[in-house]
Design a protein around this ligand. Sequence first.
Ligand code: ATP
Ligand code: MG
Length: 307
Amino acid sequence: SLTTGFSMRRRGRGTDHMTSILSAPWLVPTDGSFSREAFSNRPPAGAPDDKACKKRLKQEVKQLDELQRRLYADDRKSLLLVFQAMDAAGKDSTIRAVLRGVNPAGCQVSSFKQPSKEELDHDYLWRSVKRLPERGRIGVFNRSYYEEVLVVRVHPEYLGGQRLDLPDNMEAFWQARYRAIADHERHLAENGTVILKFWLNVSKEEQKQRFLSRLNEPEKHWKFSSGDLEERKLWDAYMDAYQQALAPTSKPWAPWYAIPADNKPYMRWQVARIVRKTLEGLDSQYPGVSSDDLAHFQAMRDQLNGE
Ligand code: ATP
Ligand code: MG
């Protein structure tokens, strides 16, 4: 019909399409008041045990499958999931656990490592813009442009590769990056991308235990690199970078969640729950058909049955 594809459809709960469903308790405040110390690495007292968390995760994953089908059929919004964390916090396994039930055709996972020469020859958002999810799809960023204010803030010498004119006042430089990232995400949200960002908040002690098991268990050896220990020495600088970066970039249209990451079953369940709630809030619908079309369906049914 004439209107298909051109109508500005209004749907969903509330009128502010820019605001996601904000889900307590791991939401990083969207007013800039984030304090890392207020967020735990451990599940809260009274949280379900591992077995119960796994069961709940399973239930969430089942719902995600159906919600993703509707997102795809509806074809209005895309969902971007950003994961940031210290090494061994469990990014990969969380992505696997949360998205395992979703149709692989509707989901794109991108991992961002040290930038290539070609990437360094562009602005720092370029490489991830190319990987943004199309309408109807879920895009997952395993690390992201946030590395530009995390690892690069801890190692400002990496900026050399970008050949920028750096100001004397580096604090202003970082503040400008936070603003640019927030502006970028606002632009995406205004154009149909729903953004959720997860910081898997692992403790320094738990990271040590996980590194030790990577060193001790042969099938985990491949996960270990000696550089990981060098970065671990900079733990406090990283925590400060997370504090500085998350506070100004958690927004109603692109919230950060600081997920306790010392317990994996709990962490995975919480991520799945937030993704599911957000998708539910979009109220995606299978496209309907007009009564004219429906009448045509009957004619086609008759034709097929009459063969
Ligand atoms: P794994 O869990 O398997 O170790 P990983 O995400 O840590 O996965 P690695 O290849 O070990 O993958 O590390 C990627 C490295 O690339 C990280 O240390 C990360 O900080 C770094 N990196 C990512 N983006 C940038 C960037 N824009 N500038 C500099 N370094 C970056
Ligand atoms: Mg690594």
